[in-house]
Write a protein that binds this ligand. Structure first.
Ligand SMILES: Nc1ncnc2c1ncn2[C@@H]1O[C@H](COP(=O)(O)OP(=O)(O)O)[C@@H](O)[C@H]1O
Ligand SMILES: [Mg+2]
Length: 363
């Protein structure tokens, strides 16, 4: 979520915001410009381009409301009949108006924090080499965020889709609507023009979709509903999953075994939890003293659960929720249910709290 008056998820988006986003995307891809290049040409933060074009990652993809000021900047470029696709202006020649606007500050969401996961350097190494990668590890360990961060760090565009067994291949390759117009996807943009494309929960995908994906990775050409497209040299596929690709586990009984051809195409990175990162994010939310206390307490419950309650998933999200809601009006019991225990049975909860009492001062 972006904290800036020029682009807002709080104001209700209008139909014009959607039409405007489509126009920006159509023109940019027609000119074969990257999102970053366009951001520099119009003078705004690169993260805006993806928000304007395809909407937010965690919602239904709704486009945000765009202020008149920002729109004017894009309108100049949209109405230019002979736009120069990509001219880098030397820093000393930038006028006040041309200077990129400051990067939006994160609100309460810690996603934009500069902290990196302990395996981030490994991921970066492979993505730099344009090797397709599979990050596998427990929920909340920062896999999806790692994929987003690596695109940002390498100046590549970023696209994302989360899969479940019902997700059809059209979420990847797009489709032709009733009027015969091709509706493209973030996957198509990355495939054709370069970028990191993250497929979340690959081990939860439907087999037909995986077959399509496999073909797209194998060949230099991809069959899309409108035409055959050459794979861009900067297209990198980063998938995530909760299992190691060898099939279901106790905690994830529905996950599928990965097809040998797909497995052969991916570099596997065992992502895992990073407690130092968890402590740093907790510190950012609530300060070092309480943040580290809370993170350590959640980590001790996590270790306890590994042997005593393997179905209780104690992820770093529990730490972040507790840090953010320590001052909620709930009783401590209610707060722990909301943030961590959810609907686990009373015995398991009592045993966890007997082994590791919650002694953190909530004031
Ligand atoms: N490097 C990081 N810096 C800041 N926040 C992070 C980082 N990695 C993960 N997070 C936060 O931790 C939570 C879980 O991360 P996520 O990437 O969704 O995990 P996963 O994909 O493994 O389930 C999210 O709220 C995310 O914002
Ligand atoms: Mg994820």
């Amino acid at each position: 979520m972006v904290d800036n008056t020029d682009i807002s998820n709080e104001d209700t988006p209008t139909t014009e915001d959607g039409i405007f986003g489509d126009a920006v995307r159509t023109k940019r891809t027609g000119l074969k410009m990257t999102q970053r290049a366009l951001a520099i040409v119009v003078g705004c933060d690169p993260s805006y381009i993806s928000l304007i074009e395809v909407g937010t990652r965690n919602t239904t993809g709704e486009r945000p409301h765009i202020s008149a000021r920002l729109r004017t900047k894009f309108d100049r470029w949209l109405n230019d009949r002979d736009p120069n696709p990509w001219v880098e202006i030397p820093a000393e020649e930038l006028t006040e108006v041309d200077k990129p606007w400051p990067k939006p500050e994160p609100k309460s969401e810690p996603t934009n924090a500069p902290h990196r996961h302990k395996h981030f350097a490994t991921l970066r190494y492979y993505v730099e080499k344009r090797q397709h990668t599979y990050l596998w590890g427990p929920p909340g360990s920062g896999k999806s965020t790692g994929a987003e961060h690596v695109a940002e760090a390498l100046g590549l565009d970023y696209g994302y889709v989360s899969l479940n067994p019902q997700t059809s291949e059209f979420r990847l390759i797009g489709y032709k609507d009733a009027m015969g117009a091709y509706q493209e996807t973030a996957f198509r943009q990355c495939y054709e023009h370069g970028g990191v494309f993250c497929v979340d929960e690959l081990d939860n995908a439907n087999p037909a979709l995986l077959t399509t994906l496999n073909g797209m990775l194998e060949s230099q050409l991809g069959a899309f509903p409108d035409r055959i497209v050459s794979r861009h040299k900067d297209f990198v596929f980063v998938a995530t999953g909760n299992t190691n690709g060898r099939g279901a586990t106790k905690a994830f009984p529905d996950r599928r075994k990965m097809d040998a051809a797909m497995m052969d195409r991916l570099v596997f990175v065992d992502w895992g939890y990073d407690s130092t990162l968890e402590n740093k994010i907790a510190t950012k939310i609530i300060g070092a003293r309480k943040g580290v206390q809370i993170a350590r307490w959640v980590q001790s419950i996590r270790r306890w659960a590994e042997t005593h309650a393997p179905l209780l998933s104690v992820t770093p999200r529990a730490t972040f929720r507790l840090c953010a809601s320590l001052d909620s009006p709930q009783s401590t019991d209610e707060l722990l249910n909301s943030a961590l225990f959810h609907s686990i049975d009373a015995d398991t909860k009592r045993n966890a709290l007997t082994s590791h009492p919650f002694m953190i001062d909530r004031k």
